[in-house]
Design a protein around this ligand. Sequence first.
Ligand SMILES: Cc1cc2nc3c(=O)[nH]c(=O)nc-3n(C[C@H](O)[C@H](O)[C@H](O)COP(=O)(O)O)c2cc1C
Length: 171
Amino acid sequence: MKGSSQGQGDILSLIKSRRSVRCFKSEKISPAIIDKIIESASWAPSGLNNQPWKFKVLRNKEKDSLSGYTKYGKIIKEADCALCVFLDKKVSYNYEKDLLAVGAAIQNILLYVHSIKLGACWLGEILNQRQEINIRFNIPETFQLEAVIALGFPAKTSPVTKRKSIKEIKL
Ligand SMILES: Cc1cc2nc3c(=O)[nH]c(=O)nc-3n(C[C@H](O)[C@H](O)[C@H](O)COP(=O)(O)O)c2cc1C
């Protein structure tokens, strides 16, 4: 039903039940599923539809090496893979709008991953080491690291997080 809350519960429940997952089982995610996850990102909106994102999947030894660049390295170590999300500065037309588009792509990933019962954690602290990471993994400067998403099969239920009330966030 258009504009009514009836029949619209599924996506809102999905949004509300997503939690950051920081503990993972040792099970592996198949390469086909990883591609689906990246596909979910690719359908995010972007200014002028410029799609200013690039992704790099790190696994095994490379992933463990990445874990050394953040105090949240334990999450990356435990995860099956680390999905690095970059802003592609070559196709960027407006820095602010392009960053917002990358954020939308990341949220698509988090929601899609949750919908298929996998777990993810958006890692931002690692950006303090973005230049060093580009050098370590031979990534050209035109790709600017914006997030690392730890991905895997959830090992336990994540703690409930709080949100401000609707009243508090409405101007
Ligand atoms: C921009 C950004 C950076 C984040 N960086 C980290 C991080 O470095 N380490 C971490 O454990 N969680 C990180 N998070 C996850 C947040 O802590 C988490 O989303 C928030 O506490 C709300 O919890 P929830 O995702 O379970 O609802 C980050 C989230 C965002 C959006």
